[in-house]
Design a protein around this ligand. Sequence first.
Ligand code: PLP
Length: 389
Amino acid sequence: MNNVVTFDLCKNILRNIKKCLPAKISQYSVHEPNLSIKVKRELNNCLISTHISSSGKYIDKFSESLKDIIGSKYILLTNSGTSALFCAFNELDIKNQEVIVPSMTFVATPNSVIHAGGTPVFIDCSKSNLNIDKDDLEKYLIVNYKISNGECKNKKTGRVLRCIVVVHTYGEAANVNLICKLARKYNLEVIEDAAGALGTLRSNKHVGTVSRMGVISFNGNKIITTGMGGALIFKYKKDYESVKHKISTARIQHNWKVEHDMVGYNLRMANINAALGYGQIIDFEKILNKKRELYQRYCDMFSNNKYCYIKKSDNTSNNNWVTNLFLKDEFLDDHQTLIKYLQNHKIFVRELWKPMHLLPMFKKCNHSRIINAVKSWKTGISLPSSYYK
Ligand SMILES: Cc1ncc(COP(=O)(O)O)c(C=O)c1O
């Protein structure tokens, strides 16, 4: 690559990113918490109450706010998005079964499949966005699976394929309805990994509510953070009650007896973490608006850029958790230089998630011919996407 062009590309992109961000800040991360005085007040109330562990009013307050936002009756708070994912797969009981996972996701998705005893099978993302490619998935199912005795079986391994995970990647709504339709044809469950997608709607429905279970994360880099934390959304009361019991050490409800009826887990969110989340969620609409504004500024700024572009979503109600910028194909070789350059100027952009089928622990897992996810990874950068006061 021509050095003059590379230098111009770096300068151009730095200048345009800076124009979208507030000037007074000395450095920018991809996503950082913005904790207002309200958050500190709720946290302090929680400390004063001394209910900082597995019970307390903030667990109810935070869950009720989430139920309003998400529009679901059955929501459980967990101590991370990863544990919420694990609970979902554990509830389905995927032991010795296969699970379709998009290669473009965070490592927690396939990790949780493995922890619950399953085997991930990776599928490409689409060309126009980072969500699972329905056509690639369908082709892969036709070639590699057959229905036998009502179960979808891998023609080679003989293992049952149980479930498809739909990830709402970086907060952008995937078309779950299409995937659910395909899943019904093959007798498969669908789980939505909406870890970064709190506030994202598609066709007026909150993501995570279309399939049997959906997962949200409240890790420190999410729009609403509880430090670490997650939530599991259920379609069915039966799943909700079963998981609620399991993640609370399977303790039998009683005022003084301490008895358990199975080998349970302790994966609940603590009241102090819920207080942190509650202090932010009361301003959720304002936060979403700020994120929408920043996303719009990026889109306008890079709309006719000669070096790069933003993939415009077909869904207008995304939460814009993280905005990603992509270099045009001819500038692919400048990717690493650009990241270093921006970081040297205190814009701490990051690469996208390395596609899962390329990670050493998943190298032996089956996968489709993954082209789009690799290209997006090689050309994409996650821009500073926090909301500022
Ligand atoms: C797609 C996806 N799944 C799962 C997770 C895991 O959530 P947590 O970090 O809360 O465990 C994340 C976190 O970033 C994520 O982006």
